[in-house]
Design a protein around this ligand. Structure first.
Ligand SMILES: [Zn+2]
Length: 141
């Protein structure tokens, strides 16, 4: 699923993270689900062309794909998600309420590019949803 981060407007598209080129709000067409006006949230570029994230007033979201010359190439699904956060920036007490000390140590190691124990990171990953539900912070390691 393609994801647009709520605050940073970074787009995770086909596994790649793209920074927004612009966050201009423009009328960009009609919502295919409810026929209300779609407003752009962010514009991104990749090798193929342009990607426009848009939303209607009923919170339907869509990712519109264009080539370099702005020929429409189709629509994709889009999900708006909370911004991913750095483990270093998270309060240690919050981390400790969900993760074990070994998991936290290895999440920090992984984030800083140091050697880590894979098993600990795998175990930590299974708790990301729980952590997001509790604190509204999305981890992605
Ligand atoms: Zn709609």
């Amino acid at each position: 699923m393609n994801r647009l981060e709520q605050k940073s407007h970074a787009l995770v598209f086909e596994g790649k993270r793209l920074e927004p080129v612009s966050s201009e709000k423009n009328a960009v067409g009609l919502c295919s689900r409810c026929e209300s006006d779609l407003t752009s949230l962010a514009y991104h570029r990749n090798e193929a062309g342009w990607l426009v994230c848009a939303q209607c007033k009923n919170d339907h979201t869509i990712l519109m794909c264009y080539d370099q010359k702005w020929n429409w190439r189709g629509d994709r699904e889009l999900q708006i998600s909370p911004d991913e956060v750095s483990v270093f920036s998270i309060d240690k007490e919050k981390l400790a309420s969900v993760f074990t000390p070994a998991e936290i140590r290895d999440m920090l190691s992984c984030e800083s590019g140091m050697p880590y124990v894979r098993q600990n990171l795998y175990r930590a990953r299974t708790k990301y949803d729980k952590f997001e539900k509790l604190f509204g912070l999305k981890l992605n390691l």
